[in-house]
Design a protein around this ligand. Structure first.
Ligand SMILES: CC(C)(COP(=O)(O)OP(=O)(O)OC[C@H]1O[C@@H](n2cnc3c(N)ncnc32)[C@H](O)[C@@H]1OP(=O)(O)O)[C@@H](O)C(=O)NCCC(=O)NCCS
Length: 179
């Protein structure tokens, strides 16, 4: 269990999968995600089995009152170069823009830098995902550039924004905000 301010990150349990399937099959939740709904519980169980064998790490996000609200994971964790990308989904839409995403990201990023000793955390998001971009910038991620026409979605190509945070930037941020 990794404690944040508003949330806890914990290992995914099989019992979480029906909620994940509900979120994935909600077009509003997955509008900006690189997933291919519709997905079944069997699809999700296959993903879960794959993740258990993978070097990537996936966590369920619980609010402090014990409600399962989303998940967050590393993508392409690379020990040699001490870097990873991350992906996040707050599936409970009534909790969007309440600070849970930011807290989950800061909690995971702190763990990745301070416990796993990574040097770089990156992510990629659609340029139209303005809520996510605001959230990531508030967390301290920097825009590095645009992948033009990166994804084909609803009949057209869309741009994606590459962002990252380095360990030294995390340390500076921590030094500024105090213990
Ligand atoms: C993107 C996501 C992780 C953000 O988490 P969240 O808990 O909703 O966001 P937060 O409350 O932490 O931060 C959102 C910020 O964006 C702002 N915001 C909300 N809607 C916005 C919009 N349409 N445009 C710009 N900014 C917006 C909020 O005011 C907040 O900024 P503030 O902290 O300065 O007030 C979450 O909404 C989510 O999972 N969405 C669906 C899946 C998804 O898009 N995942 C990311 C794929 S890369």
């Amino acid at each position: 269990m990794i404690e944040g301010r508003l949330i806890r990150l914990r290992p995914v349990e099989r019992g979480d999968l029906p909620a994940f399937v509900r979120w994935i099959n909600d077009p509003e939740v997955t509008e900006f995600l690189k997933l291919e709904p519709p997905m079944s519980l069997e699809d999700e169980e296959a993903w879960f089995a794959h993740m258990l064998r993978s070097k990537d790490k996936v966590f369920s996000i619980d609010s402090k009152d014990g409600r399962l609200i989303g998940n967050i994971c590393t993508v392409n964790l690379d020990w040699r170069n001490r870097r990873t990308e991350i992906g996040i989904m707050i599936g409970e839409k009534d909790l969007w823009s309440c600070g849970y995403g930011r807290d989950a990201i800061l909690t995971l990023v702190g763990y990745l830098f301070e416990e796993l000793n990574l040097n770089r955390v990156g992510l990629l998001t659609d340029s139209a995902n303005t809520r996510a971009l605001s959230c990531y910038e508030r967390c301290g991620f920097h825009r590095e550039g645009i992948y033009r026409d990166y994804r084909y979605k609803r009949g057209r190509y869309v741009d994606c924004v590459l962002m990252s945070m380095l360990r030294r930037e995390w340390d500076e941020r921590r030094a500024r905000s105090g213990p």
